[in-house]
Design a protein around this ligand. Structure first.
Ligand code: FAD
Ligand code: SF4
Length: 447
């Protein structure tokens, strides 16, 4: 850390870098919905493959040709039912799935001469009316009398709770935050989920009934795993990754150095986006979805210069090529094969970062910065499991589960970002919650 930078590097961080209407336009829907005629044209492009590779590529196994066929025949409600019966967050997934590496990548029309069927947008076309009209497509089976504790109200927990409710069980969701939705509510980029869609989807999920919600309650703080195991017939852990990886540099606590996820959460919750302080020059360290999102949103809020710096090459970035290009089109610069070596500090605030080449050790350069965002991944905080850490098996600080999402502890299941070996995607968390619910159901029936 260097504390005697020249005064000319005085930081420039302030709200209202752009007029409010410009910010609203910049954060508007990334992929506006299809019109009915566009939807029909795209649905007509599907070959309705018998052994559909897109369905195999979808982590929740949605019958994609089946729902597209229903769009073609005008049965939009039936199409939504096909989607939501496999993936209750099919509305959010239609907006946030990196389809370019999932279903659309597998589409047989995805050749160098052609383009894939726009599965994500068709999925949105079919499901949007259900959420707009709050039409319940699923009911509850007769009550079984079994009670399940769900720890965490994110995609994994809500998916599990909904499936359990469908099967007639009573689910209780424990969530420390005021709102449910997890990263759908506090993490996903604003331009992917406009008009409070995350909250509407949560309302829809709870609308099935049989799901009790206890907000302001965190495992490990207000309630222990032992207590939940005593009180409930089964427990599902879906508490995500509450910790953030640090850079390991001196001065990480200085003003101007921030966790990307914290800023994104503030941005998602701010009623007036123009009120958020924004740096003129922003440096983002990381190469995943979070890095892309904070970089693009900083630009949208009016940062003049946004540079994303990643330690390896474009091929190795966690963000897909599509996302990288999206960021570049939105004005974000990419610097590759560089790692941060030193934070430069002026009058107690960050003023820049010195980077070192990872290809030519010793070669350095400096990027001036008013704000530096850390976006090098999140980690699980094992505090919630403290009391039983010796029993719930962890690997690389995440929970080990089998193919039914059972943990090493009897009667305890887990899913979503907090488990080892997952993909850290909304759609995978939804699948984990569903699979765990089906396994819990089987276990309870045999009890
Ligand atoms: C910035 C960002 C952008 C992303 N963008 C995308 C994207 O575009 N597309 C995509 O597919 N994926 C994206 N992801 C990943 C996706 O959001 C996650 O994979 C998904 O939300 C995981 O769901 P989850 O339920 O496991 O965890 P979470 O969504 O993190 O939910 C966990 C819930 O548990 C609660 N909790 C935490 N601690 C406790 C406790 N002690 N007791 C009880 N509850 C607790 C939390 O408050 C939260 O509500 C993004 C992630 C980030 C960080
Ligand atoms: S849930 Fe995601 S991966 Fe699955 S079909 Fe829909 S958009 Fe594709």
């Amino acid at each position: 850390m260097n504390s005697d930078e020249p005064a000319s590097k005085a930081s420039d961080v302030r709200p209202g870098r752009l007029p409010e209407e410009q910010i609203t336009a910049n954060l508007s829907d990334m992929h506006p919905p299809l019109t009915p005629s566009e939807a029909i044209i795209d649905a007509d492009r599907c070959y309705f493959c018998y052994d559909a590779p897109c369905t195999t590529a979808c982590p929740t196994g949605i019958d994609i040709p089946g729902f597209i066929q229903k769009i073609r025949s005008g049965n939009i409600k039936g199409s939504a039912h096909t989607i939501l019966s496999e993936n209750i967050m099919g509305g959010m997934c239609a907006r946030v799935c990196p389809t370019e590496v999932l279903c659309e990548d597998a589409c047989v029309r995805n050749t160098h001469k052609d383009r894939p069927v726009r599965i994500g947008l068709l999925q949105r076309y079919a499901t949007d009316p259900i959420f707009e009209t709050n039409t319940q497509l699923f009911g509850r089976a007769p009550a079984t009398g079994h009670r399940i504790a769900i720890v965490g109200g994110g995609p994994a927990g809500l998916s599990c709770a909904h499936r359990l409710a469908m099967l007639g069980h009573a689910a209780t969701v424990f969530e420390p935050m005021d709102k449910l939705g997890g990263l759908n509510e506090y993490g996903i980029a604003a331009y992917k989920t406009v008009n409070d869609f995350a909250a509407r989807e949560v309302d829809y999920i709870l609308g099935i009934g049989g799901i009790e919600v206890r907000t302001g309650v965190g495992l490990g703080k207000d309630v222990s795993l032992g207590e939940l195991r005593k009180e409930f017939d089964a427990v599902f852990l879906g508490f995500g990754l509450a910790g953030v990886n640090g850079l390991g540099l001196d001065g990480e606590q200085v003003e101007g150095v921030a966790n990307a996820v914290d800023y994104i959460a503030a941005l998602r919750q701010a009623p007036d986006k123009a009120s958020l302080p924004v740096g003129r020059r922003v440096v983002v360290i990381g190469g995943g979805m979070t890095a892309i999102d904070i970089a693009v949103q900083s630009k949208a809020l009016g940062a003049e210069q946004v540079t994303m710096v990643y330690r390896r090459g474009q091929e190795q970035m966690n963000a897909s090529r599509y996302e990288q290009e999206f960021a570049q089109v939105r004005g974000v610069s990419l610097r590759l094969w560089s790692k941060p070596r030193r934070l430069l500090v002026n009058a107690g605030r960050v003023s820049g970062v010195e980077f070192e080449s990872t290809q030519t050790p010793g070669e350095t350069y400096v990027l001036d910065a008013d704000v530096v965002f850390k976006a090098i991944g999140q980690k699980m905080l094992s505090d919630p499991l403290r009391e039983s850490a010796e029993i719930v098996e962890l690997k690389q600080d995440r929970i080990v589960v089998d193919e039914e999402r059972r943990t090493s502890l009897a009667g305890v299941w887990a899913g979503g970002d907090c488990v080892f070996g997952g993909e850290d995607l909304t759609v995978s968390a939804v699948q984990d919650g569903k699979v765990a619910a089906l396994s819990i159901h089987k276990f309870l029936l045999g009890k």
